[in-house]
Design a protein around this ligand. Structure first.
Ligand SMILES: Nc1nc2c(c(=O)[nH]1)N[C@H]1C(S)=C(S)[C@@H](COP(=O)(O)O)O[C@H]1N2
Ligand SMILES: [Mo]
Length: 226
C-alpha cells in the first residue's frame, strides 16, 4: 500500500485526539444539527437528518499528524460544497447586500476542539460532513453525530462532534495557546504540513513517541464514561 511521507499504517482505527480532549467524550449523541454563519451573524441551522441535500460517499486513507494512518475509510454524509451553496442561498434571502468574499472558517467541535480551514480547501470534492462510517452510523468514539472529513488534511482538521462552522471574510486564526504552533493553517498531508514554524522532521519523530500513550489515554477515557 502506498503511504505518504512519514506515515505508517495501523491495523486498527483508534479513538484519538489532542490529549486535553480525551476526557471530554460526549456521553450521549446530540441531535445532528449544524450551524453555519458568516462573521458570527446570519446563522443557518441545518438538520442533517432531514435535509434534502444529496448524500455522498468518500473512501480515503485517514492520516493523523502523529504519523499513524488507517487505510481506506468509507464515510457517508453530505458534501460540504452543497452545504455551502445552501448557506449562500440563505444569506441572499436574508440580506440586502451581496455575499462578501469568504476566506475561511472555524470548525467547532462540541468538546471544545476547533480548527480553521480555508474556504478553498473546504470546497474540495472530497470534503463532507459525515454521519456514517463504513456501513454503521458514526460512533461516539469517531465523532457522532457529525464530523467534518477532509481527507487531504491531517486528522486534526477533521473535527469530531462538529456543531458549528463559522465563515469569515478574513482568514481566521484560532488562539489555542501553544497549540497554535501545532495547528498549521492548511495541514496538507501531501506537503507534510504538520505544524507551523517547527521543522516537519522534528515533529515527525517527536509525535511518533506519543501515539501509544495517547491511544491508551483515549481508550481508558471511553471505559470510564461507560
Ligand atoms: N472534536 C474533536 N475532534 C477531533 C479531535 C478531538 O480531540 N476533538 N482530535 C483530532 C485528531 S488529532 C485526530 S487524529 C482525529 C482522530 O479521529 P478518530 O478519533 O476518529 O480516530 O480526530 C480529530 N478531530
Ligand atoms: Mo491527530
Amino acid at each position: 500500500m502506498l503511504l505518504t511521507k512519514g506515515q505508517r499504517f495501523r491495523s486498527d482505527f483508534p479513538r484519538f485526539g489532542l490529549p486535553q480532549f480525551a476526557d471530554r467524550l460526549p456521553t450521549s449523541v446530540a441531535e445532528p444539527f449544524l450551524q453555519l454563519s458568516l462573521n458570527d451573524i446570519h446563522a443557518l441551522r441545518v438538520d442533517l437528518s432531514s435535509t434534502s441535500l444529496p448524500r455522498v460517499t468518500v473512501t480515503a486513507d485517514f492520516h493523523c499528524v502523529t504519523t499513524w494512518s488507517y487505510p481506506q475509510v468509507t464515510w457517508r454524509g453530505v458534501g460540504f460544497r452543497s452545504l455551502y451553496t445552501l448557506y449562500c442561498a440563505h444569506y441572499r434571502s436574508r440580506s440586502t447586500t451581496m455575499l462578501p468574499p469568504i476566506r475561511g472558517a472555524v470548525i467547532h467541535g462540541r468538546d471544545g476542539c476547533r480548527t480553521t480551514l480555508s474556504l478553498k480547501d473546504l470546497l474540495s470534492d472530497d470534503v463532507l460532513i459525515a454521519d456514517t462510517l463504513g456501513e454503521q452510523p458514526l460512533s461516539v468514539e469517531h465523532g457522532a453525530p457529525l464530523r467534518l472529513i477532509a481527507p487531504a488534511h491531517y486528522g486534526y482538521k477533521n473535527i469530531k462532534y462538529v456543531t458549528k462552522i463559522s465563515f469569515y471574510t478574513k482568514m481566521p486564526v484560532v488562539k489555542t495557546g501553544l497549540l497554535w504552533l501545532l495547528d498549521h493553517p492548511r495541514a496538507r498531508v501531501s506537503k507534510e504540513e504538520r505544524g507551523r514554524l517547527l521543522p516537519q522532521l522534528a515533529l515527525r519523530y517527536a509525535y511518533r513517541h506519543l501515539i501509544a500513550s495517547t491511544v491508551k489515554r483515549f481508550n481508558d477515557a471511553v471505559v470510564k464514561d461507560k
